[in-house]
Design a protein around this ligand. Structure first.
Ligand code: HPA
Length: 277
């Protein structure tokens, strides 16, 4: 018999501590966006350190805990804090955590992130639903031996950002009177921000947002059959477009300002989540 994978052990810890709650929606909360986890009712908090395969906490602004409970009545599992490629843990650093969500019962994953905007008219504070991505990370998290228990060796990323989930996000934005934007997210490894020339290249390639996260999680989630939606909070105009010097402080500042809007959007989206079949 093969030893249980870290994600199987993590899912067992979640089951043990969740006192019967089976999460249906996983939420990955990015830089400055962890506040949503505060709104979870009947919350059970599990530090990542207790969850095999979960990432070590790193970047300022990331707490590193899983919060199980209910948001708008929907059983959720919130990942407060994620690891990034630039921390040096490899592209698969979030894969076990994503698989653990699937094993714990989630059918759907909502990923939030901070991003720079490649569209001058969509500035700091805007919320943008991801419609697709361009992976400039140089690799994917699924390189290496494939664990067939989670998904096939080769798999499609067509409609990786689920159109039906995105339509519900759009309705949720309408419910809340929030402007609606969709766009293609370009993933870079960081930690440096891009050059102005790279930003011009990304615009030519068809990108609308640039960021240092999200794509590894989305690829891992699609491999194991989770449906995915993703929303970026624009924290700055990308290099060469705005004139403001880019910094992580600026990212956290603007993510914090937009956090209330993001919470309203996610909560309205969850209220529209269909009851279990
Ligand atoms: N580039 C890359 N990642 C980011 C940015 C940016 O301009 N803003 C927030 N995350």
């Amino acid at each position: 018999m093969t030893a249980p994978a870290p994600c199987e052990r993590a899912a067992a810890v979640m089951r043990e501590r969740a006192s019967g709650l089976v999460p249906r929606v996983g939420l990955i909360l990015g830089s400055g966006l962890g506040g949503l986890a505060q709104a979870v009712s009947d919350a059970v908090r599990i530090p990542y350190a207790d969850l095999p395969g979960f990432p070590p906490a790193g970047v300022h602004g990331h707490a590193g805990e899983l919060v199980l409970g209910r948001l708008e009545g929907v059983p959720v599992a919130c990942l407060r804090g994620r690891a990034h490629v630039y921390e040096g843990h490899g592209l698969a650093v979030m894969t076990q955590a994503v698989r653990a969500l699937k094993l714990a019962g989630c059918e759907t994953l909502l990923v939030t992130c901070a991003a720079g905007s490649l569209v001058p008219a969509v500035g700091p504070g805007a919320l943008v639903a991801l419609s697709d991505h361009i992976n400039l990370l140089g690799s994917t998290p699924l390189v290496g031996p494939n664990d067939e228990r989670f998904g096939p060796r080769f798999f499609s990323l067509a409609d990786a950002y689920d159109p039906a989930l995105r339509a519900r996000l759009r309705q949720a934005a309408q419910d809340e009177g929030l402007p609606w934007h969709e766009g293609v997210y370009v993933a870079t490894p960081g930690p440096c921000f891009e050059t102005a020339a790279e930003i011009r290249m990304m615009q030519i390639l068809g990108g609308h947002l640039v960021g240092m996260s999200t794509v590894p999680e989305v690829i891992s989630a699609r491999h194991c059959g989770l449906k995915v939606a993703a929303v970026a909070t624009v924290t700055n105009l990308a290099e060469g477009l705005g004139g403001e010097a880019l910094s992580h402080e600026q990212t956290l500042h603007h993510a914090g300002l937009a956090a209330a809007d993001l919470q309203r959007l996610v909560r309205a989206w969850l209220r529209r989540h269909p009851a279990p079949a």
